[in-house]
Design a protein around this ligand. Structure first.
Ligand code: SF4
Length: 477
């Protein structure tokens, strides 16, 4: 049996003479080229967008932008890899017209154009809107933790620093005891000498000093943790473990799973991200009404109301985190609210009527309680409350909005399934398909630009696969 044979390396071969002939009509680089041509780089704020009449000519920012767009579309994100590919990759030779910038020029371009690069991502989002690639009716908001350039060993919380200091103190104490013992006994080759012990103590004292300074800085900064390599990154829960990461938020449109909006924060949870993401998506889509799906990590009454006030309808399941539920007692969901009578009805069928109001953390709260005599004699009391007298319930002034949302979530389970499918598609593609589940740059500002390039590449990929290169070329031509 034989194998498929390659060509003889010594054989003369007539390759096409024009670089143009190597790039097919529907190759994505043709769209990248036309898209960059369609941008007003000067208005977007790119440095050197207007060439100087004197001095050594720089690279055209459009060419370096082409290089980055190609790189992020093709799993090439580092400046050194982009430099290498620009020298040998036929598509890049075509796209850059055989320009071969060195890695420093490539890296500096990204560093010097953080805001303009983000603006390019927005320009493409607006193009997608113009091409009606967004449905503008339903978006899913979700967050994912992407690893920062900072190891776990170089991230400290106050608790970790205190534990390290205590550990160092114990070690220093141990070495001092060994020093005392060494004075009392004959020198022994198996034991460290007094000089060696002194050296270890000095080393530990230095470490102690460093950690004490970090602890002091942490306490004065008001932060909960400090990262040494990338000071903006934070230790966050990822699955069952923790990693030093950034929290990437996306709002994904239901029509074609394109990312409408994204943001990068160093907040360790998704709490508080609902309003900024939902309103930004609404503005980008240019719609008055929008449905938003999110998981229970976004459940925050005040933000659900903020969204409702501007025409955004949220679907967020409620997490059963009440202390009563955790203690095995009836949770509030077991009590039915009667809006006409303004009272609750408990699992025993008794009425909890309105008693008083107060402000809790600035929120107007109303309190409801069953008659003491009823609760005291209730057969379900052991499962209902530890309170000696009667079960009490609190209700936020706008809790009807949350009740309505729970009703929507309960009656439309398909929406929550859709949330999962919508939100996970982009993150799965970004992390696995595009190998962009980690950042290469340090600092929130740079990381935000890196993410914008990744989101732009994801949307480019989707748009090319939905419409094809020829239609996209027509749109920017
Ligand atoms: S203890 Fe009171 S509130 Fe609880 S189930 Fe019994 S009657 Fe109802």
């Amino acid at each position: 049996m034989s194998y498929i044979e390659g060509a003889d390396r010594q054989q003369a071969w007539l390759l096409p003479e024009r670089l143009e002939d190597y790039v097919h009509a529907d190759n994505s680089v043709r769209f990248l080229d036309a898209f960059v041509d369609s941008l007003d780089l000067s208005a977007l704020g790119f440095q050197r967008a207007t060439a100087n009449s004197t001095g050594r000519p720089p690279y055209d920012p459009g060419d370096l932008l082409r290089l980055y767009l190609y790189g992020y579309l093709n799993r090439l994100r580092s400046s050194r890899r982009l430099e290498r590919e620009a020298q040998r990759n036929v598509e890049l030779l075509w796209l850059l017209r055989q320009l071969r910038p060195d890695f420093k020029t490539i890296a500096d371009f990204r560093k010097d154009n953080l805001q303009p690069l983000r603006a390019v991502c927005r320009e493409f989002t607006l193009l997608c809107r113009q091409l009606e690639l967004f449905g503008g009716e339903l978006v899913a908001i979700d967050g994912s933790k992407l690893r920062a350039v900072n190891s776990k060993r170089r991230n400290f919380s106050e608790r970790k620093l205190r534990a390290t200091l205590a550990e160092i103190d114990v070690k220093i104490e141990g070495y001092f005891q060994q020093l005392d013992a060494a004075d009392a006994i004959e020198p022994n080759a198996a034991q460290p000498t007094a000089a060696q012990l002194q050296q270890k103590i000095e080393h530990l004292k230095q470490r102690r000093q460093q950690n004490a300074v970090r602890l002091e800085q942490l306490q004065t900064s008001g932060q909960t943790q400090v990262s040494l390599t990338d000071p903006d990154s934070r230790s966050m829960k990822v699955g069952q473990s923790t990693e030093v990461c950034y929290n990437v938020q996306t709002a994904v449109d239901a029509k074609h799973k394109l990312i409408v909006e994204h943001a990068v924060t160093n907040a360790v949870t998704d709490m508080g991200q609902l309003t900024p993401m939902a309103t930004a998506a609404q503005q980008t889509l240019g719609v008055a009404r929008l449905e938003v799906l999110a998981d229970m990590g976004y459940y925050w009454g005040a933000q659900v109301k903020e969204c409702a006030d501007v025409g955004i309808t949220c679907y967020i399941p409620k997490a059963l985190t009440s202390a009563n539920t955790q203690q095995g007692l009836f949770g509030k969901e077991r009590f039915a609210y009667d809006s006409e009578q303004d009272c609750y009805r408990c699992p025993a069928g008794q009425v909890l009527s309105y008693r008083s109001s107060s402000l809790e953390l600035g929120r107007p709260i109303r309190y409801y309680r069953a008659p003491v005599s009823v609760c005291r004699t209730c057969a379900l009391k052991a499962r209902c409350t530890r309170n000696q007298e009667a079960r009490r319930l609190s209700r936020w002034e706008h809790e009807d909005l949350l009740d309505q949302m729970q009703q929507r979530v309960a009656t439309q389970p398909s929406k929550m399934k859709q949330r999962k499918a919508l939100a996970e598609h982009p993150f799965g593609t970004i992390k696995r398909g595009m190998d962009a589940g980690y950042f290469l740059l340090r600092g929130l500002e740079k990381v935000r630009t890196e993410m914008s390039l990744t989101v732009l590449a994801y949307n480019l990929k989707r748009a090319i696969s939905i419409l094809g290169v020829p239609k996209l070329l027509l749109a920017v031509g």
